[in-house]
Write a protein that binds this ligand. Structure first.
Ligand code: BG6
Length: 462
């Protein structure tokens, strides 16, 4: 039996986001985000037609929820600010009720000695901004930077770790390539523009934070999905490099190195999908290099060389450059349809150590969504041993990466309490704490009891 000892100042906690936990989605001056709007328009696109109003209502329950975080041994918690709550029109007047809510929430966390990690954008574009073209419009970039500045001014004294975006690739791929999120566009060139403007917004927010004179740190949260080739055949290897370029390095390189990979720029030029740029953009990206990185990891991507020729009449897709590979015998979370490959987190951390200057980072999301967790209730508690195994196995790899010199400072589970999840609503439950949506009752799961012990002992036996 080994004891996996983590540093005593390791960040233990969980992550959530405004739209997925706050509720009060159209109360106290909050305007609609694209999620409120899309749900009103197309409820059938959401599992069981449950929309973003049906959450654990953190907006009303944050005080008691923070007490529960304490019970789970959290010393840190990540959530986001809702832009459409703070500045309902996207630009202009600040909503005083939102200021009070976020101030009170942050103060409550500090009182409990739980460090707030605050993200500025977690998929929830204000509708008013989307109606102006969303990230395709450079004016929206300016509006976001102003919003970021407002957040730093209002809350910067108490928040020492900021993140500009959570998984910026998700609105790009789900909203502009795969028709899975609003605005349901399928257009590679527009997707590239959205991705580019998002990184410009990010970089300007970073610069703005540095100009503010505040003494905290700022970063970005990326879902890094290691790409593994089917074989050592050069064509399979190339497929993996392309997937890595398109899905990881397209955000990781500008965020950490301040510059896009040359191969990516060349590829975009070759296919005539390069984004519109302006003079001076290169310097903006250089100035936006992060202090710290959040790493979200759920699953790897396995690929092989494409077998069939591209259909030139079909829409351009990342999959023009590789085929998905279903590796025989892979371990699956069948509920979510995602492969479980614990070593992936180690590979990411070692890649950051070896190729990205060993940037300080922490695991900002990792977790297991499971359907029908009621089946596992015994004595009133969800016996989620599968989640404990999942977290333990990932932490063993994180531990090993740290031993080998990776600069990983913490681990946050997705998520604190079962939450509303974009188009999947409550199909899969992820929390350390079970939520009864009807009664709003919260019950700590077995994994919540387990993590409390791990956090208090700075490690575990395994
Ligand atoms: C991450 C997001 O991609 O994965 C979360 O940051 C999300 O917002 C989580 O909820 C789990 O994915 P899903 O689609 O099962 O909710």
């Amino acid at each position: 039996m080994n004891f996996y000892q983590f540093p005593t100042d390791f960040w233990w906690g969980s992550a959530s986001s405004a739209a997925q936990s706050e509720g009060a989605s159209q109360r106290d001056g909050k305007a609609k985000s694209i999620w409120d709007h899309w749900f009103e328009q197309s409820p059938s696109r959401f599992f069981d037609e449950v929309g973003p109003e049906d959450t654990s209502t953190f907006y009303d329950h944050f005080q008691s929820d923070i007490k529960l975080m304490k019970q789970l041994g959290h010393n840190s918690f990540r959530t986001s600010i809702s832009w459409s709550r703070l500045i309902p029109d996207g630009t202009g007047a600040v909503n005083p009720k939102a200021v009070s809510f976020y101030r009170n929430m942050i103060a409550e966390l500090k009182k409990a000695e739980i460090e707030p990690f605050i993200c500025l954008f977690h998929f929830d574009m204000p509708l008013a901004m989307q109606q102006k073209g969303g990230w395709e419009n450079r004016e929206v970039v300016d509006a976001y930077v102003q919003y970021a500045k407002t957040c730093f001014e209002l809350f910067g004294q108490d928040v020492h770790l900021w993140f500009t975006f959570n998984e910026p690739i998700v609105p790009v791929e789900q909203g502009y390539l795969y028709d899975a999120h609003y605005p349901n566009v399928v257009d590679f060139r527009r997707a590239v523009q959205v991705a580019y403007h998002t990184m410009l917004a990010h970089a300007q927010a970073v610069a703005c934070y540095r100009d503010s004179g505040l003494d905290g740190q700022i970063g970005i949260i990326l879902n890094l999905t290691p790409s593994y080739p089917r074989s050592e055949h050069p064509a399979d290897q190339k497929a993996a490099r392309m997937a890595d370029l398109l899905f990881n390095r397209s955000f990781l390189d500008p965020a950490v190195l301040g510059v896009y990979p040359k191969e990516l720029a060349q590829l975009m030029a070759d296919y005539s999908v390069a984004p519109h740029r302006q003079d001076g953009d290169g310097a903006i990206l250089q100035a936006g290099k992060v202090d710290v990185l959040g790493v979200n990891y759920y699953q790897p991507r396995r690929v092989k060389a494409r077998l069939n020729a591209i259909n030139p009449d079909g829409p351009m897709m990342p999959e023009w450059f590789f085929d998905a590979y279903e590796m025989p015998g892979r371990k699956m979370n069948r509920h979510r349809g995602w492969e479980i490959y614990e070593k992936g987190i180690y590979d990411i951390l070692i890649n950051l150590k070896d190729n990205y200057g060993n940037i300080p980072c922490y695991v900002s999301e990792n977790g297991m969504g499971v359907e029908g967790e009621d089946r596992f209730i015994q004595d009133g508690v969800v016996q989620d041993d599968y989640r404990i195994d999942f977290v333990r196995e990932h932490l063993i790899w994180v531990h090993r990466a740290i031993q080998e010199g990776a600069n990983c400072l913490g681990y946050h589970l997705w998520t604190f309490i079962d939450c509303w999840s974009w188009a999947n609503a409550y199909k899969n439950r992820y929390g350390f704490i079970a939520l009864d949506l009807k009664t709003q009752q919260r019950t700590i799961k077995k994994s919540g009891q387990w993590i409390a012990k791990v956090a208090s002992e700075h490690g575990f036996e395994g």
